[in-house]
Design a protein around this ligand. Structure first.
Ligand code: MG
Ligand code: MG
Length: 256
């Protein structure tokens, strides 16, 4: 049922379906993860994800998603300074790169949306720290996704952890409600004030996605018109889970 401001509360059976789709999406991400190594192209990773999703009765949610032009692939593959929406291509991964893979699966009409970032071969200590802080920011944000908390409590917790480590969060890109549409309400920024915004309640489902930049919070869109990178060329990372608010603990929908 639609509750308020484009926010659609999901029933228990709907959340069950979202978990099934989330598991397929997690399997696709896991299959991609196992193939990440120097010399692999991001186009090859894209093919792996698409095949796994279709083999399990899902549809790639990102494929043909409206934008500057219909999104042409199953995954976003964003390397180093690229933060989100990187286009798969013939570019080969190199030792020391970090790569973010974002993927969406539509299953029985519901979308699952999730992302991770990892190193290719050996990465620097600084890059590893960025990955650790970004993953922790997601975990900390998820912990705040309990009924009665405000959306601002989630946002503020993410911001505090990221900025407390000397990094930055973008202003133009955020988490979002997820369900029959990939982007529903509420918007969940990666910065904000505790006690502000919507009060969470059971049935709210959110794709929570901290994006973190090393240099500044500024971003730019590359000439391909999809890829979003840090404005200063510094490294970026991104982790995401689709999560349901329940009567009890937050339920991560996009895990194996
Ligand atoms: Mg995503
Ligand atoms: Mg998302």
């Amino acid at each position: 049922m639609t509750w308020d401001r484009d926010i659609v509360l999901k029933s228990a059976p709907e959340i069950e379906i979202m978990q099934q789709g989330g598991r397929i999406n997690a399997m696709a991400l896991d299959a991609v993860r196992k193939h990440i190594q120097p010399g692999v192209t991001t186009a090859a990773l894209d093919k792996i994800a698409e095949e796994l999703i279709r083999d399990h009765g899902g549809i790639p949610s990102f494929l043909n998603y409206p934008g500057p032009y219909p999104y042409p692939a199953t995954i976003n593959a964003s390397i180093n300074e690229e933060m989100v929406h990187g286009l798969p291509s013939k570019r080969e991964l190199r030792d020391g790169d970090i790569i973010s893979i974002d993927c969406g699966t539509t299953y029985e009409g519901f979308v699952a949306d999730s992302a991770f970032t990892m190193g290719v071969g050996e990465i620097s200590e600084d890059a590893q720290h960025l990955l650790d802080v970004t993953r922790e920011a997601l975990e900390i944000g998820i912990e705040k996704m309990v009924a009665g908390n405000h959306v601002g409590d989630v946002s503020a917790a993410i911001q505090a952890h990221v900025e407390g480590n000397g990094y930055h969060v973008p202003r133009e890109y955020s988490g979002h409600g997820v369900g029959r549409k990939m982007h529903e309400g509420p918007q969940v920024l990666n910065y904000g004030l505790p006690g502000r915004g919507l009060v969470l309640r059971p049935g709210v489902t959110i794709a929570l996605e901290p994006m973190v930049l090393v240099g500044t919070h500024r971003t730019r869109v590359l000439p391909d018109r999809w890829t979003v990178a840090s404005a200063d060329g510094s490294l970026t990372a991104h982790f995401e889970h689709s999560v349901a608010v329940t009567e009890g603990e937050p339920l991560i929908l996009t895990k194996l």
